[in-house]
Design a protein around this ligand. Structure first.
Ligand SMILES: *Cc1c(COP(=O)(O)O)cnc(C)c1O
Length: 379
């Protein structure tokens, strides 16, 4: 251990991108169905890539810093957010938007702005691991409550108790995903009512990374709530995971704070150009969403007929399943073995919290997912 490094950092392991791939059989990654990180299976259409290449060649000066204020992108995002909230007048403006190098950057900025040095953060597991990982790297303590094992609703009683009893430091922020990852359930009315009951000194972060698939959002309820923020990303339905662009929607006072906290030129020019192109062509890009939802329904229906599996409903572009404990023929078939078998056959999924999270891919990939799962279960 380097003697000048904070001692708590020794306990962490770095985030593993594509956690499944390094133990997979030696097949090259383009032969694998990469269904472990909830990306879109579709690249940008080539006409949009060409447009972007033109922008890179003709417009972007690589010797100049990017637009550090992100005005043009924020304005396009505000328009999209108004549309997604069903507002016909421009309720949200650029003053309600902050843009990050992926929503991961915004998560870190929110933690810095609320908890660093004086607060804890609350999460309900299973949930997106990044909240706790980023909090811990900042030395912020994470208070964890659980969820109902059948519905995956948050344990609101435990959460309420945690908020009342956590001191030194008290809870200053709560992060929820809507719909949740890895369990694919949207917030219920009861959960939303509880979140609304929280006092104004706690920041409520609603991560809508999967909004384009769920079509459920709380942005239209944001305005009277100065302590709420909605996070979204271009990494999923908009097919731009490689570009690292996320954004948040909140009260202008909170946005002003986030602007103070972020790095000055946090988004490369090409990434901003890509996000703009994606928004301008949103009808085309989001045109693949109905297919994903259709494929999801088929996969859930077929997998639900497997007596060994418990498969949950999904409001997003992935499904979550577990092995039923009492399926006697599976006494020896651990989840790990099942996952190994899937990998060996070229299907990468995410093993998490005692279950498998499987991204909906192309129809061909989903057919292989199904076949590979059925084969693995027969062993
Ligand atoms: C994928 C995902 C994100 C996106 O993160 P980026 O940094 O924008 O790529 C954010 N939150 C959740 C819950 C996700 O699953």
């Amino acid at each position: 251990m380097l003697p000048f490094i904070r001692s708590d950092l020794a306990l962490f392991t770095a985030y593993k991108p594509h956690p499944g791939s390094d133990t997979a059989q030696p097949v090259s990654s383009n032969q694998l169905d990469r269904l472990d990180t909830n990306e879109s299976p579709y690249d940008l259409p080539s006409e949009l890539k060409e447009k972007l290449a033109w922008t890179y060649q003709q417009v972007i000066e690589t010797n100049r810093y990017p637009d550090g204020a992100h005005e043009e992108l924020k304005s396009a995002i505000a328009e999209y957010v108004n549309e997604s909230a069903g507002f016909s007048s421009p309720v949200f403006t650029t003053t309600n938007i902050s843009v990050g190098n992926g929503s991961d950057e915004l998560i870190r900025s929110l933690l810095i702005a609320t908890c660093l040095g004086e607060g804890s953060v609350l999460v309900a597991n299973p949930t997106f691991s990044m909240y706790a990982i980023l909090a811990k790297t900042l030395g912020i303590s994470v208070v964890e409550v659980n969820r109902n094992e059948t519905t995956f609703e948050m344990n609101l009683e435990a959460a309420q108790t945690a908020i009342e009893q956590t001191q030194n430091p008290p809870i200053r922020a709560i992060f929820v995903v809507h719909p949740n990852s890895p369990t694919a359930n949207a917030l219920t009315a009861r959960e939303i009512a509880w979140l609304k009951s929280l006092p104004e000194h706690i920041l409520v972060v609603i991560d809508e990374a999967y909004f384009e698939f769920s079509q459920t959002t709380i942005v239209n309820e944001l305005l009277p709530l100065p302590n709420w923020v909605v996070l979204r990303t271009f990494s999923k339905a908009f097919r731009l995971a490689a570009m690292r662009v996320g954004y948040c929607v909140a009260h202008p006072e909170l946005i002003a704070i986030l602007e103070k906290v972020r790095l000055p030129y946090n988004l490369p020019s090409l990434s901003m150009a890509a996000a703009l192109v994606a928004l301008q062509n949103r009808k085309l890009l989001l045109g693949s969403v109905p297919q994903t939802l259709n494929e999801r329904a088929k996969l859930i229906e077929t997998l639900s007929q497997q007596p060994e599996l418990q498969v949950w409903d999904s409001a997003t572009n992935f499904i979550y399943l577990r092995l039923k404990q009492n399926a006697s023929q599976l006494q020896d078939t651990t989840l790990k073995a099942l996952n190994q078998q899937l990998k060996a056959n070229g299907t990468l999924v995410r093993e998490i919290y005692g279950g498998l999270r499987i991204t909906i891919g192309t129809p061909e990939e989903n057919a292989r997912t199904l076949k590979n799962l059925q084969v693995a279960l027969q062993v």
